[in-house]
Design a binder for this molecule. Sequence first.
Ligand code: FAD
Length: 373
Amino acid sequence: MSETPRHEVIVIGGGQAGLAAGYFLRRAGVDFMILDERQRGGGSWQHMWPSLRLFSPAQHNSLPGWGMPPQPGAEFPTVDHAVEYLRAYEHRYELPVRRPVRVDGIRRTNGEFVVTTDVGTWTSRGVISATGTWRAPYVPAYPGMADFTGPQWHTASYPGPEPFRGQRVMVVGGGNSAAQILAELSTVAETTWVTRRHPRFMPDEVDGRVLFDVATRRLSGATNGVSELGDIVMVDSVRKARERGVLRALPMFDGLTRHGAAWADGTEREFDSVVWCTGFRPALRQLRPLRLSRRQGRIPTEGTRSLEQPRMHLVGYGDWTGAASATLIGVGRTARTAVAELIAELGREGPEHSGGRTQTPLDTVRRSMANRS
Ligand code: FAD
């Protein structure tokens, strides 16, 4: 790139969160660009294991504006269906996504963001970070991990059941990924499930719809939230695993050994592989040059807005930045608020901070957002 392209807003990440933000930015007439490091659209869904099913029916997995079409023959859509939907959504709203572009760092210079990537530099007045969590798998530290001789996997690298056929496998973690992976592995391997606390299964009739409703009621203060229902959604595969009697969990081990794990009471078990389903952290490495405060992988925010960089918003990282914002159905609400606040913020600073360019008519934009939200 010979000269530095400049936009009013740069969105980093073109998964569902970036697309939802793009939808509202486009509707408001803002000049923006989405940068995404992957070759193709669909965000991290394209890397999830093929048998994974969404935990609610298609119509309850919709981004703003256009609902996910039903998948013929599948009440709970497959990951391929989710990927197709996101690619079609991007196309339908002609969202300007540039890929593959990996954002390496963001700095602030003369009141503007300078976004450095592997193919050049962009500048903007506002930034929306929508980089998800897939790039930041989390594995807790336990003694002996380096001594274990078998392969160790994470949800993010789980390849499906075939490599585990006939093995003894330990699955670690008490959430949905662990339960679904355990359910699948238990059909081809001898599985042991280990959780930090006793697994909490939701009632069979609870799916993503109910979770979203509960998250919404929590926003209005009517309930304490989703966690009171449990942690694990009883999708079909998990229900079947319960019927086969494989959903029994052991408490956490003290450490790994060369060939397995050892518990405080002296028990030892041998395994061929370990699958860590221990979650993810926000993928925020590209924000490091801004030198923001950090606590447990997060930066200080109010809603989606960075407290230390008020023209930067974060969308799609889960309840941290907005109720249910890591889900397909929930991210639209967070994206709408983030875009409305960012536009207001850009407008408040006025044209004298705008680098002397001809501006997007922000007053019109703000009015438009106010009318529509
Ligand atoms: P992502 O999909 O990860 O998109 C982020 C994008 O940012 C990616 O395209 C990536 O290439 C890009 N990016 C990252 N870093 C950079 C960088 N430095 N430079 C440029 N681009 C970058 N939600 C549901 O609603 N229903 C479900 O059933 C469901 N099941 C799930 C099952 C699993 C196993 C997991 C892990 C999550 C599930 N979720 C579910 C949660 C959520 O919907 C997904 O995680 C979703 O992919 C999050 O979207 P996102 O846009 O926030 O992040």
